[in-house]
Design a protein around this ligand. Structure first.
Ligand code: GTP
Ligand code: MG
Length: 568
């Protein structure tokens, strides 16, 4: 906990370099030499995701964190004109075209002694499977809120997942350069709607066109920013206390008075920053700013790094696997093919959970129960990659050249470890996917198999059916569009969708026998099918039909959540 210090006053001084937060904790550790390296490496890891409802500014903020973290020289802009550089994070063709994030992006970089693994996630609910998988791989999140809109539905859902997992949450109130809700109301909304304590670390000075900067409550300093063209460069900033005449001179009376009044109200509330509550996910530090204008980004980055957790132990069937455990272990949470047109291959993204990863090491692969040698390991930065020789807990690394790897697999030097982190979703949209060019069957099939392995979409196979057309099952219809687009652009295979009558899928008991399936009485229009793990499911036209089945087949309980087994 730290109290808010009294205003410092003093003269206006331009900030040439970052203000002095304490050095990365890794530098201060005292351990016997052999242990130092791994403990030190773990302590300096920060692995986090940026989450929110669509369009709140996650990708824009990601770009600005890269700019302020020194990882890029020039920030791209999602709304960039054609002659400007595109974003590092939204690198996929379709993302650039649509201006939305479709797939999560991994960005690893070093800053101020920290090794940062940042994951930008897509906000659209149709891609939430990807976002939820990312949440299993991170130690904390930055939740971005559009300050004009407050808490939106998808943010709320993602927040709930973080809360269930006990993930610490940092909040960035973005777009303060537009007319925004009253900041006190925004903070109150966090407490009222999400039920989480909120501690404003800084406070907006003005809003909309008059948004001038933020007041840092920890140092009692005003940070007044200037806008730069397109927000490509760091925003020049001047810093001074509330009483500093030079700062005062830059603000009109109304803005100044309003800010001082609001700050007084906050002080009266008397809350202190509580690190333990933040780490327990019970309180969120709140930062205000504007990602597109670079206002408040440096304060967020430094404040986040200072208070966010290093990798923690993972709990596995009641046992804790601590990051310091000497055996290497990690799990695959994402697979992506064709990231770089020069290397038409697939990357499996693994989150290291314990021990040290070394290139060329031999590990146990949980799915195949075989030993595999990991010779092609990479550090990932958007769609760029670089060979990597070693990695530590917290790191996300890319492994190339292992077709047998699937999402959820554990890789470890201790075969007793088997992570079960990856959630599966229940599809709600179903469509046939036709191949209109018989001559391109090979490309169509290869592309589809690849995308299924990536988990871009799910597939079902109808029972007793002579139709060989794949039946796709999606959490949301935008996933169909992504499949079609990627089949065409990455595999040169056109495709055509055909609607189906089903909207509901339910899983049958995994131990049900084939002849028992013949004996089931199905409502009109319902069909039995198998998922990719060969588990039987029933497709229904609507909820009413699914409920009717439940009443007429009481001995056959249905599950609305996908079963995780793979049948022979
Ligand atoms: N005015 C204003 N616009 C912003 C700010 N930050 C982002 N934007 C704009 O908001 C829009 C959405 O930004 P993105 O960064 O793509 O949002 P996102 O959250 O990544 O969106 P998805 O990944 O598709 O969910 C873009 O047009 C940005 O330029 C800001 O601080 N102020
Ligand atoms: Mg985005």
């Amino acid at each position: 906990m730290f109290p808010v210090p009294a205003p410092l006053g003093g003269s206006l001084r331009p900030v040439a370099r970052r203000r002095g937060f304490p050095p990365c904790p890794a530098r201060n550790l005292r351990y016997p030499v052999r242990f130092v390296s791994i403990a030190k490496e773990i302590a300096r890891r920060r692995t986090f995701a940026i989450i929110s409802h669509p369009d709140a500014g996650k990708t824009t903020l990601t770009e600005k964190l890269l700019l302020y973290g020194g990882a890029v020289q020039l920030a791209g802009s999602v709304t960039a004109r054609k002659n400007q550089r595109a974003t590092t994070s939204d690198w996929m063709e379709l993302e650039k075209k649509r201006g939305i994030s479709i797939s999560s992006t991994v960005l690893q970089f070093d800053y101020d002694g920290y090794r940062i693994n940042l994951l930008d996630t897509p906000g659209h609910k149709d891609f939430s499977e990807d976002t939820y998988r990312v949440l299993t791989a991170v130690d904390s999140v930055v939740m971005v809120i559009d300050a004009a809109k407050g808490i939106e539905p998808q943010t709320r859902k993602l927040f709930e997942v973080c809360r269930q997992r006990g993930v610490p949450i940092f909040t960035f109130m973005n777009k303060c350069d537009r007319p925004m809700k009253n900041p006190l109301e925004l903070v109150d909304e966090l407490e009222r709607v999400l039920g989480i304590g909120a501690f404003p670390v800084n406070w907006p000075i003005g809003d909309g066109f008059d948004f001038r900067g933020v007041f840092d409550r920890q140092t009692s300093q005003m940070h007044l920013f200037e806008r730069t063209v397109g927000g490509q460069f760091r925003a020049p900033v001047s810093v001074g206390g509330v009483d500093d005449p030079a700062v005062r001179g830059q603000l009109d009376d109304t803005t100044f008075k309003k800010t001082v009044e609001e700050l007084e109200m906050l002080e009266h509330a008397g809350e202190l920053f509580d690190d333990a509550a933040v780490l327990a996910g019970q309180s969120t530090p709140v930062f205000f700013g504007s990602a597109s204008n670079n206002f408040g980004v440096q304060l967020l980055l430094d404040g986040f790094l200072r208070h966010s957790p290093a990798p923690k132990p993972r709990v596995l069937a009641g046992t804790q696997i601590s990051p310091e455990y000497p055996q290497f272990s990690g799990f695959i949470f994402k697979i992506q093919a064709n990231m770089d047109p020069r290397h038409r291959d697939r990357i499996a993204f693994i989150r290291v959970c314990s021990g040290k990863f070394e290139r060329d090491m031999t590990v146990h692969h949980s799915r195949s129960e075989k030993k595999v040698r990991l010779s092609s390991s990479h550090k990932i930065f958007g769609n760029e990659r670089e060979t990597l020789d070693e990695a530590f807990p917290g790191d996300v690394i890319g492994l190339v050249g292992h077709d047998s790897f699937g999402i959820g697999d554990t890789l470890t030097t201790d075969p007793a470890i088997r992570y079960k982190e990856i959630p599966r979703f229940t599809p709600e949209a179903f469509s046939y996917l036709h191949n209109p060019n018989p001559g391109k069957y090979k490309q169509f099939r290869q592309g589809l198999d690849q995308l299924l392995q990536e988990g871009v979409i799910q597939a079902l196979y109808l029972r007793n059916s002579s139709i060989k057309t794949p039946l796709l099952a999606a959490v949301g219809p935008l996933q169909f569009e992504v499949v079609q687009y990627r089949l065409e652009s990455e595999y040169g295979a056109a495709s055509r969708l055909e609607a189906t009558p089903w909207t509901v899928v339910r899983w049958l008991p995994t131990d049900i026998q084939e002849d028992a399936l013949d004996g089931l009485s199905l409502p009109t229009g319902a069909r039995i099918a198998y998922d990719l793990g060969k588990n039987p499911v029933v497709l229904f036209q609507n909820d009413w039909s699914a409920n009717y089945f439940g009443e007429t087949n009481k001995a056959v309980p249905l599950s609305s959540l996908p079963v995780q087994t793979v049948r022979d």
